[in-house]
Design a protein around this ligand. Structure first.
Ligand SMILES: *Cc1c(COP(=O)(O)O)cnc(C)c1O
Length: 457
């Protein structure tokens, strides 16, 4: 059977999913609701609609409908770069000498370079449909801002991106990609918002932070008529849109009667991982199948493996609702030498609940091992992977090597979320041998967790 499997399993356009799969409908323990930090009560739709698009709010709050139709306008855009290939890593298998069969779902085949386009196009569509003029967002290194600017250009929406100042100055390439697609990119903290002016006055010369950029983007959304704020990960709506990854993966595997034994994804805010695994987790929950699912996170930002499952602020600026999630505390910042991405302090509430229920497991890996795996993968499989994606590569290789010892022919599937073209400064420090690992102490994590809000829910 195996030699009949092609290097790339391509699906046809008509096999792009027509509905996203909402795993919350099948979950016995639903993810905890978002809370209003002022009242401690669950956020209502009308409260959320002041900040987010209405249709996206209804998706955020929907834990009953298993299938949510993908509008044809979004599917038309998906057709420009989807279905994405499921690749059989024959070369990697041979190089490792493993009897395991390794597959990866490659989401880097679009100009934004990652899976983030799957959600940005959906969010831009609903904003347009609501008759809005534009959307605001923040971006750190710039992947999300790039994906959103492409989506807004397609639907003719204004796109305002608050980019952390240090990245704006040091990473001009992503900034210029965004501007080429028509986005207005403002270094944060800026003088265009109240919160930006306040931070600039308090900390002259500051190079900004993601938390501050979020606060500016939210203020910009609520203070301009016809604007809403959008986010690239963490929220349940984003994870929902990313289920196109898992649904296509399942269709491709089913075509060749392949049953995965292990499914692996990298976890930052949890959207690509949740999107990849949702259809498989659903089968586990419904008692139909059993899979080993592994979330991989950086040892320097280990929210699942070393964080606590509590209510916390979603952003450092504390302007967003509270979410119950595995968190390291909203003030947690990975060590300055951390270069591998996935630096969010918390985790999607869906992924958190699945982890708490034992449906998925988690592992943390050090960044030098991640870049070793990335380099190996680039040389053997030809694709230059994003550092984030390389967390999944690292664990896929580990599992394939275990099979070499035991002689097991396991099917290993992992998500390859993007390309690393804009991450060459990180690769440079690896290539120069100057990259260091940093693992936070228990005391550091406890000190950060002590600042979580006290919520009895
Ligand atoms: C943003 C990003 C991630 C992490 O985000 P999730 O929401 O955890 O999926 C992973 N890989 C790439 C290439 C990214 O750009």
């Amino acid at each position: 059977m195996s030699d009949t499997i092609p290097y790339k399993i391509y699906l046809s356009e008509s096999e792009i999913p027509t509905a996203w799969y909402n795993v919350r409908a099948d979950m016995k323990n639903k993810p905890a609701p978002l809370l209003n930090p002022a009242s401690g009560k669950p956020m209502t739709a009308s409260e959320l609609e002041k900040v987010f698009c209405s249709e996206l709010v209804s998706q955020e709050l929907n834990d009953t409908d298993a299938w949510i139709e993908i509008p044809s306008e979004i599917r038309d855009f998906y057709k420009m770069y989807r279905p994405s290939p499921l690749v059989r890593a024959y070369c990697l298998e041979e190089a490792l000498g493993t009897p395991a069969h390794i597959y990866y779902k490659f989401e880097g085949n679009n100009t934004s370079g990652s899976h983030k386009l799957n959600s940005s196009i959906a969010q831009a569509y609903y904003a347009k449909k609501q008759g809005l003029k534009g959307v605001t967002t923040e971006t750190g290194a710039g992947q999300w801002g790039t994906a959103l600017s492409m989506a807004c250009a397609y639907f003719g929406l204004d796109c305002q991106v608050y980019m952390v100042k240090v990245s704006y100055e040091q990473k001009p390439f992503r900034r210029e990609v965004m501007r080429t697609y028509g986005a207005k990119v403002t270094p944060s903290p800026s003088m265009t918002t109240e919160v930006g002016r306040k931070i600039n006055a308090e900390f002259p010369g500051t190079t900004g932070s993601l938390g501050c950029a979020i606060s500016e983007a939210v203020e910009a959304a609520v203070s301009q008529e016809g604007y809403r704020y959008v986010l690239g990960s963490v929220l349940s709506q984003v994870l929902l849109h990313q289920t196109v990854i898992g649904l296509e993966t399942k269709t491709a595997l089913d075509k060749y009667n392949i049953t995965p034994d292990i499914i692996i994804g990298c976890a930052g805010g949890g959207s690509n991982l949740g999107g990849l695994i949702s259809p498989f987790a659903g089968e586990i929950i419904r008692g139909e199948k059993d899979y080993q699912i592994i979330a991989v996170e950086p040892a320097s930002c280990p929210s699942l493996t070393r964080g606590k499952y509590v209510y916390d602020f979603c952003d450092t600026g504390k302007v967003c609702p509270l979410a119950k999630m595995y968190t390291l505390g909203s003030g947690y910042i990975p060590a300055p030498n951390h270069a591998g991405g996935l630096r969010y302090h918390g985790m999607s509430s869906i992924v958190s609940q699945l982890y708490d229920d034992g449906i998925i497991e988690a592992r943390s890996v050090k960044q030098t091992e991640v870049f070793e795996a990335a380099q190996k993968f680039a040389r053997i499989e030809g694709i230059l992977p994003a550092p984030e994606s390389s967390h999944a590569i690292k664990v896929a290789i580990d599992e394939a090597l275990k099979c070499k010892e035991t002689g097991e022919e396991k099917n290993i599937v992992f998500g390859l979320t993007g390309t690393g073209y804009f991450d060459m400064v990180a690769y440079q420090s690896f290539n120069d041998g100057t990259m260091k690992d940093y693992v936070p102490t228990d005391e550091e994590i406890e000190a950060s967790l002590a600042k979580c809000p006290k919520v009895d829910a």
